[in-house]
Design a protein around this ligand. Structure first.
Ligand SMILES: *Cc1c(COP(=O)(O)O)cnc(C)c1O
Length: 398
């Protein structure tokens, strides 16, 4: 018989009861070091006092009012993000896929308003992940996610990641914009190559296209800057963000320049829960931490420390780990063994990680981790690698 809870996930048989910082505790009282943060979402870790107090306080006062009325918490959060980013205006919603839907609608509508209603197509990249709605599985383009769901939603073209010639060759009179992750997260923690985002910006400017960045996973400090594109010195016209934006409270956002934002006039787009008082209280609390003096410096310091440790680990275990990749605290270990085996071995050691495409073991710890947390994780990964080392290599080494 089918379980009451729809069995659309492969869940590990663990139920957590509470957490503290980067640690989670299960029903059996065992503790795990959380280097997955859900999936790059619990950006402030668990049991963060400032975040949980902000949510509790707001919940006691007012949870929901709808977008029929002003929401001061949303006005404040939008103003703060406008001040801290390329964006002129921000739309709040509830999930990464929903933010990407809004991003694509905004691009199409802005093209239409600019006198180009024929420009509707979005160029996306092989290895991308943009979410699970009907349009976003088409944008993602992975046959595995499309199978069985009928004709893919029209309007998305795909080219190889980091290939400028292919990108330029795919631009037609119907192209409206480009959607790209500065680091492909689900696709295997694969960063855009040096200069690639700048080349995309130049192509968009040359052909009158809008540049969209999917920073659902890379945004909100994960890369060591508020947004990953800041490292490349390139700004998009529109950007989606979600995962870490409210520290695990469901929330997402579309950030846009005025030219794109003004296309979404009243009646053209909306969402019932989006930008409600409770989500925005959580979002403001997270932003308090992200913008605090020295916080992102600390993220970069920790990230460099963790990455150096991972490089050493990979060099010591070439039969298990092939390379280290990523940006900031979104790091990947390319595995020589099946990444699912690596994930399970790490779990057995008490370390939570997340598998990603391209046979990569992904590490996306809470941004609040310390060097001591990294030392613990590296020790657990060392044990993980030993568990995974093929027996004959072990014998040779002796
Ligand atoms: C997780 C993710 C999404 C989808 O977000 P949901 O909240 O699951 O809809 C979209 N894009 C990227 C880059 C992601 O990592």
């Amino acid at each position: 018989m089918i379980p009451a809870l729809m069995p659309n996930y492969n869940r590990a048989d663990i139920a957590f009861t509470h957490g503290q910082g980067a640690w989670l505790f299960d029903e059996a009282g065992r503790r795990y070091l959380d280097f997955g943060a859900g999936i790059a979402t619990s950006s402030l870790g668990h049991g963060h006092k400032h975040l949980s107090a902000a949510i509790a306080e707001q919940a006691a006062k007012l949870i929901h009012v709808s977008n029929l009325y002003r929401v001061p918490q949303a006005e404040r959060l939008a103003a703060r993000y406008v001040a801290a980013s390329f964006a002129d205006s921000i739309f709040f919603c509830n999930s990464g896929a929903e933010a990407n839907e809004g991003l694509v609608k905004a691009i199409r509508k802005a093209q239409s308003d600019a006198g180009h209603p024929e420009r509707t197509r979005i160029i996306c990249f092989e290895g991308a992940f943009h979410g699970r709605t009907l349009a976003m599985i088409a944008a993602t383009g992975n046959p595995k996610y499309l199978a069985g769901f009928g004709a893919p939603v029209e309007g998305f073209d795909h080219v190889p990641f980091n290939n400028l010639n292919a990108l330029r060759a795919a631009i037609t009179a119907e192209t409206a914009g480009i959607l790209v992750e500065p680091v492909q997260g689900e696709g295997g923690v694969r960063p855009a190559g040096p200069g690639f985002l700048r080349d995309l910006r130049a192509a968009c400017d040359e052909f009158g296209l809008f540049l969209g960045f999917d920073e659902v996973q890379t945004g909100m400090g994960r890369s060591g800057k508020l947004f990953a594109h800041e490292w490349a010195g390139v700004t998009p016209d529109v950007l989606s963000s979600a995962k870490g934006i409210a520290g695990g409270f469901p929330m997402a956002a579309v950030f846009a320049r005025e030219q794109v934002a003004k296309a979404l006039v009243p009646g053209s787009h909306g969402t019932t829960y989006g930008g409600g008082p409770l989500a925005c209280a959580a979002g403001n609390a997270v932003l308090d931490v992200l913008l605090a003096d020295g916080f992102l410096d600390q993220v970069n310091d920790t990230a460099a420390y963790l990455r150096a440790g991972l490089e050493t680990l990979a060099a010591r275990h070439p039969d298990v780990f092939l390379d280290v990749r990523g940006l900031g605290l979104l790091l990947g270990l390319k595995c020589a063994v099946p990444n699912g085996d690596a994930q399970n071995a790490a779990l057995a050691e008490g370390l939570l990680t997340v598998a990603a495409g391209d046979n990569v073991l992904r590490l996306a710890p809470p941004l609040i981790i310390t060097r001591a947390d990294c030392d613990t994780a590296l020790e657990l990964l060392e044990n993980t690698a030993r568990r995974l080392t093929p027996a004959k290599t072990e014998a040779c080494a002796k």
